[in-house]
Design a protein around this ligand. Sequence first.
Ligand SMILES: O=c1ccn([C@@H]2O[C@H](COP(=O)(O)O)[C@@H](O)[C@H]2O)c(=O)[nH]1
Length: 236
Amino acid sequence: MQDSKTQDPKIIVALDFADEQDAKTLVARLTPEACRLKVGKEMFTLFGPRFVRYLVDAGFDVFLDLKFHDIPNTVAKAVAASAELGVWMVNVHASGGVRMMEAARAALVPYGDKAPLLIGVTVLTSMTGEELHQTGVLRSPAEQVLSLARQARQAGLDGVVCSAQEASLLKAELGPDFKLVTPGIRPAGSEAGDQRRIMTPEQAIAAGSDYLVVGRPITQADDPAAVLDEINRSME
Ligand SMILES: O=c1ccn([C@@H]2O[C@H](COP(=O)(O)O)[C@@H](O)[C@H]2O)c(=O)[nH]1
């Protein structure tokens, strides 16, 4: 789905709430001009497609972050089901392989310019190099991210999820049009929590991130809309 908005908000607010009303209260304080929204595994498991449609109907671009990873046929069907929800972006794990990603790409062809952006997850931003090694991958995170991003581009995906720490490398290697979606964003002074490969919003934009996923620094703030405004202003 291409941008129909005049503005192109860079921040994607990660709605990770156990309570649907809490999420809706936050959403009521946000606007589609100031941010996009992400629904992940927690809220989708609790509240399902109905909650996604609520956000789409409210005019927000929605990133459905379910990180599909399965056999090609199953992933293709799941990606097509996501397109039916009218989401703006959907993702699959790039480590599922080129054939799986090609099947996902093909499943979106019938949707034409209404198809969501299709993005490959590379190495989770919560992972350190040591943790990656423990999974059997002996490359550094940057090397593994680049390898998976190359496969994602080969399969025709629109971009990848990576950490902003890898953004300048990927922009240099894969060009300006391949979208980089970067979680692990932490404004200076905020808690890293379980994230490990982090950057501030200003650093992420300077490194070449196209979209910055920000969850807890906004959703757990006393005034989430004010924090979002501050982040948007810091990136101008
Ligand atoms: O590599 C990844 C992929 C996805 N995520 C998701 O982004 C948000 C980040 O939330 P914070 O509260 O800002 O840490 C969360 O929904 C993750 O599931 C990621 O962090 N890293």
